[in-house]
Ligand binder design. Structure first.
Ligand SMILES: Cc1cc2nc3c(=O)[nH]c(=O)nc-3n(C[C@H](O)[C@H](O)[C@H](O)COP(=O)(O)OP(=O)(O)OC[C@H]3O[C@@H](n4cnc5c(N)ncnc54)[C@H](O)[C@@H]3O)c2cc1C
Length: 384
């Protein structure tokens, strides 16, 4: 029997595996991907400064940041609302940090994590699609699609499959925002200087993340509008974007790789079950506003690794150990869910009634250094 089976070697599952690489434990990682493959299509990920610290400790950051253009530091975040007063600007300098966060490509990060798992001798079984995670109170039993042999047994199964679909019996809730994110690569006449923009518009939040020589665009819109945006020729799309963004950012010259995905909040109402724990997107899939989801998932992995290392081997996966871990993660996880959901509801609507309090909130945030520092700290390191 293995000590731990990790289902999914995406960024979150791989982080858990690497954080345990030096522990004296028998760990097996199962992923449906073929070796060397990444998920289809790339994604722009926003990593907080806290996420960088995690990757530094795991020995992944050096290789990742050495690749030209792979990591782009965010030096400032400019927050504003369309059709109302109030702006806030968070900067790395006023927080004595090299950067507020970093923009990386999902593919580049996955490649660096895969290489680190090979280097540190983590046992990853590729091409293993987990069909079910079940078991008894004494162990987890993991069945892979197409395997005729006996299930894989482990004291604990950690499910980081991105959806939680592999595990039965973990209740989930879903809130559909009725919105779609249109994402694209975007170029401007001027260099971005590391400045990210978050603009709240009547259609929903609009974000520009500096990445390499361009911006990653996230434009939330109603499904019909998103479909129309995807169908526009490049010049008309850029003209509509400039109009939508308003005077804060101008001079868009080129757009590439437009695509869209639906937005929903989905979360497990309990992250632990019998001999099993869910983490990362499998535990909570958040709206991309404020770039919180991935960072909460990384902290899930890092803190689970610490709980595992702290537990005696024969207590691994026992209800008390799992309950302690779930309690430890509760505040940060719910704060991430509530913060993201609250921002979408307060800032992502078209009610004129909300414009004044929104403007006031942004003005106060900008004018009150302690509030600004507390807000920035929560964005960078999460809530404990
Ligand atoms: C469409 C989409 C677009 C996104 N865009 C952005 C964005 O622009 N910016 C941003 O910051 N975040 C974005 N996110 C969120 C971000 O991708 C996640 O926060 C991050 O990928 C979570 O990592 P994870 O390891 O939990 O899950 P994933 O990245 O989904 O990894 C899951 C892993 O599990 C494996 N797996 C899946 N099912 C099984 C199975 N049954 N058996 C075995 N292995 C399995 C997969 O092969 C994969 O390697 C997006 C998410 C989605 C779904």
């Amino acid at each position: 029997m293995h000590d731990l089976a990790i289902v999914g070697a995406g960024p979150v599952g791989a982080t858990l595996a690497l954080a345990l690489a030096d522990a004296d434990l028998d760990v097996v990682v199962l992923d449906a991907r073929a070796k060397g493959e990444s998920l289809r299509g790339d994604r722009t990920l926003a990593l907080s400064h806290g996420a960088r610290l995690i990757f530094e400790r795991l020995g992944v950051w050096g290789e990742l940041s050495a690749a030209p253009g792979a990591v782009t530091p965010i030096t400032a975040i400019d927050i504003s609302q369309a059709g109302g007063f109030g702006t806030a600007r968070l900067t790395a300098v006023e927080n004595d940090l090299p950067a507020l966060g970093y923009v990386v490509s999902y593919r580049a990060l996955q490649a660096a994590l895969d290489a680190a798992m090979v280097r540190t001798g983590v046992e990853v079984r590729h091409g293993k699609e987990v069909a079910a995670v079940g078991g008894t109170p004494a162990y987890a039993a993991i069945e892979c699609a197409g395997d005729n042999g006996p299930p894989i047994h482990a004291r604990l199964a950690a499910v980081a499959d991105g959806t939680g679909a592999a595990v039965a019996g973990v209740p989930r809730r879903r809130h559909d925002y009725g919105q779609v994110a249109v994402v694209a690569k975007l170029w401007r006449t001027r260099p971005h200087d590391g400045v990210a923009f978050e603009r709240f518009t009547p259609d929903g939040p609009l974000a520009l993340l500096p990445q390499g020589d361009h911006y990653g665009l996230i434009w939330t819109a109603a499904p019909g509008r998103a479909e129309a945006l995807l169908a526009l020729d490049d010049a008309t799309f850029l003209a509509q974007l400039e109009r939508h963004f308003g005077p804060r950012v101008r001079g868009f010259t080129r757009v590439e790789a437009r695509r869209a995905f639906p937005l929903a909040l989905e979360y497990a109402t309990a992250t632990v079950g019998s001999r099993c724990v869910v983490l990362g997107n499998a535990a909570q899939t958040l709206h991309p506003v404020a770039g919180q989801g991935f960072n909460v998932g990384l902290r899930d992995a890092y803190e689970l690794a610490q709980a595992i290392v702290d537990a005696p081997r024969d207590a691994l996966g026992e209800p008390r150990m799992l309950a302690r871990h779930a309690r430890g993660r509760r505040t940060d996880r719910w704060a991430g869910i509530a913060f993201t959901h609250g921002l979408v509801n307060l800032f992502g609507n078209d009610l004129a009634l909300f414009r004044w309090p929104r403007g006031l909130a942004l003005t106060l945030l900008d004018a009150l250094p302690p509030a600004k520092r507390a807000f920035t700290r929560a964005m960078l390191f999460g809530m404990r």
